[in-house]
Design a protein around this ligand. Structure first.
Ligand SMILES: Cc1cc2nc3c(=O)[nH]c(=O)nc-3n(C[C@H](O)[C@H](O)[C@H](O)COP(=O)(O)O)c2cc1C
Ligand code: SF4
Length: 580
């Protein structure tokens, strides 16, 4: 593994320096890149590749009011974007001549429980509507700084609708660390093992095993990374945990640090959640003053652990753990070849645990309870509870924490969903569930999800939903490997054709062949799961596709079942994670 230069001072991290340059000058010029490269003592090519890779940086000037509308099926409404373009006389993607405004699209910004949302010069604005647009347009024309806009426009609510095992419990700061220092590392690890906690980030890997592998790995230093990239459309539960339970998350990181022998941890926060930074810094500062972070934690001479925050810059792929580590190392987020896995060769080539926000919070709580607390809930293979981000067509979108094993129909009842046509569980990479399967359960062994639960009633055009997912993957493919880079675009083109009514049965057949190749030959989990939306759509709702075909009758050589069987092979994120 080549040595990677790393800043000790995180204000000098390339992603952060570029953020400031973009914020202050609305773009990153060639001259700025040269000067940043010199200042940070990095190759200029590295700086340039990072600027090119992340969507929040731009090499050409964006407007001083740079507005990015979410295009997610839950927190996006592109008709509002169009309307604002009209009000401000701007063409989407083209900065207005006076340099004041640019308007464009962004992938899901994690506000799915708030309806239509946007980023206004990097700040989250949830709950957009026509009236708000008009007021915004006036403020922009008067050149009123975003900081002086009404503060309630930028408020984000937790929207916890049902609290379960974790969210109902109060947590005493430092209690997990006291437990591990009094009862010992082995006992703490044994408790997590006994709970059978599995990762909440999607792949469901056994947490105690991951920690054990890392503890046993040889290296100069060990690291803990909390994955708060949360880019899966429809997912926002980590946002809520970081807003109202950050102490538990940081405690989980410090606990993990103690178990694996790490002195440093990093929270990798998605750029869209930058508004949480000062709050998170405050929680960290409180923990330092309470002796729960820093040197000699709880007075134990060999217990040193501190946490830095690294903020991403708009790249969904950086949620994939090895891409995240590349990003932390100031590089484009291209997933690494695995093995070796991060537990032995992670950040800076050293043993690293990467865990989801919810996993770390759960670990902290598990060690402070008796052995039955966690595992008495859930199913045989999925213990404990799950935080579900419920959004879309329902009366009460928000966070629902239920024990694993809750059925889809129970959840739909709880959130007041009616006339449901389909549910997308696990984000665009997950499963599209037909009403005939609403008796299935949320569990690793049945319908698995990292948290996303998006509801579509009969007012929705499901083909447009699938189209949206295909656009998402084509846009978010990191471009590193050909099957995904080319294949996701071919699939998107196929759905363009289907939705515009120009596709034939032959096109569907081609899409399935492409889906199988993308699924089998892609380098990382993004490509492996990208075709799921089309494959699931064709399996569950073939009549919708058929109704849109140019020639309505399927061509004789088209064999839906055979193609589907092929395409579904390995189409599952757990396999992808386990095998790559
Ligand atoms: C394309 C892609 C995006 C991902 N995004 C996230 C994410 O936003 N948050 C997350 O925790 N895991 C994400 N993962 C899974 C991580 O790679 C990794 O498995 C996880 O962070 C491990 O934590 P856990 O064991 O606690 O689940 C993603 C995986 C892929 C393939
Ligand atoms: S599968 Fe897609 S996202 Fe993953 S490495 Fe290949 S191009 Fe990048």
């Amino acid at each position: 593994m080549p040595a990677t230069k790393q800043p000790q001072d995180y204000s000098k991290h390339l992603l952060h320096v570029l953020y400031e340059e973009q914020r202050d000058h609305c773009f990153i010029s060639d001259k700025a890149m040269v000067s940043i490269a010199e200042r940070l003592e990095l190759p200029r090519a590295q700086v340039e590749s990072v600027v090119e890779f992340y969507s929040f940086y731009s090499r050409t000037p964006r407007g001083s009011f740079d507005i990015l509308f979410s295009n997610c099926t839950s927190c996006g409404d592109l008709s509002l974007m169009q309307r604002l373009c009209e009000l401000l006389h701007v063409e989407k993607g083209i900065t207005r001549d006076d340099g004041r405004v640019s308007i464009s699209e962004a992938s899901c910004i994690g506000m799915c429980d708030h309806g239509a949302s946007a980023l206004i010069s990097g700040r989250v604005m949830a709950g957009m509507n026509e009236q708000r647009l008009k007021a915004m347009a006036e403020l922009i024309e008067k050149d009123v700084a975003v900081d002086d806009w009404p503060t309630d426009w930028f408020e984000v609510q937790d929207n916890v609708r049902h609290a379960g095992l974790m969210l109902t419990e109060s947590f005493e700061s430092g209690s997990a660390l006291k437990m591990v220092t009094t009862e010992g590392i082995d006992v703490a690890l044994e408790k997590i093992k006994h709970s059978e906690l599995r990762g909440r980030g999607g792949a469901g890997f056994n947490t105690s095993q991951k920690w054990k592998f890392c503890q046993e790995a040889i290296g100069d230093a060990h690291y803990v990374v909390c994955n708060a990239d949360e880019g899966e459309p429809g997912t926002f539960k980590d946002r809520v945990l970081l807003t109202s339970h950050a102490d538990e998350v940081f405690e989980g990181m410090a606990l993990c640090g103690r178990v694996i022998g790490a002195k440093r941890g990093y929270l990798y926060l998605r750029g869209e959640y930058r508004y949480l930074l000062s709050h998170l810094e405050q929680v960290l500062a409180n923990r330092r003053s309470a002796g729960l972070l820093g040197e000699t934690i709880l007075g134990i001479s060999d217990f040193d652990f501190d946490i830095d925050i690294v903020i991403g810059a708009g790249a969904y792929i950086c949620g994939e753990e090895s891409a995240l580590i590349e990003s932390m190392e100031q590089k484009p987020g291209h997933p690494r070849i695995r093995p070796p896995f991060p537990v032995t060769h992670g950040y800076l080539g050293q043993p690293t645990v990467v865990n989801n926000v919810e996993t770390l919070a759960a670990a902290a709580m598990i060690v402070t309870h008796d052995n039955l607390w966690f595992r008495s809930m859930g199913t045989m293979q999925s213990h404990g509870s799950k935080l579900l981000s419920v959004s879309g067509d329902c009366a009460r979108p928000g966070i629902y924490e239920y024990p694993f094993g809750i059925s889809i129909s129970e959840l739909l009842d709880a959130c007041g969903a009616k006339d449901v046509q389909a549910v997308q569980v696990g984000g665009p990479a997950g499963r599209l569930v037909h009403p005939s399967n609403f008796d299935h359960h949320i569990a690793f062994e049945d319908v698995a999800t990292g948290g996303s639960f998006m509801i579509y009633d009969h007012s929705r055009d499901l083909l447009e939903v699938i189209h949206n997912f295909c656009n998402f993957f084509a846009h978010e493919s990191c471009g590193f490997c050909t099957p995904c880079r080319v294949g996701t675009t071919l699939l998107k083109n196929g759905m363009d054709k289907v939705c515009s009514g120009h596709a034939t049965a032959h096109d569907l057949d081609e899409m399935k062949r492409t889906a199988a190749i993308v699924n089998r030959r892609s380098h990382c989990g993004l490509g492996v799961t990208a075709p799921n939306a089309i494959v699931e759509g064709l399996k569950c709702f073939p009549e919708l596709f058929e109704a849109k075909l140019l020639h309505k009758e399927m061509e004789p050589e088209f064999n839906l079942d055979a193609s589907l069987a092929e395409a579904r092979l390995l189409a599952n994120r757990d396999d992808a994670e386990a095998h790559l």
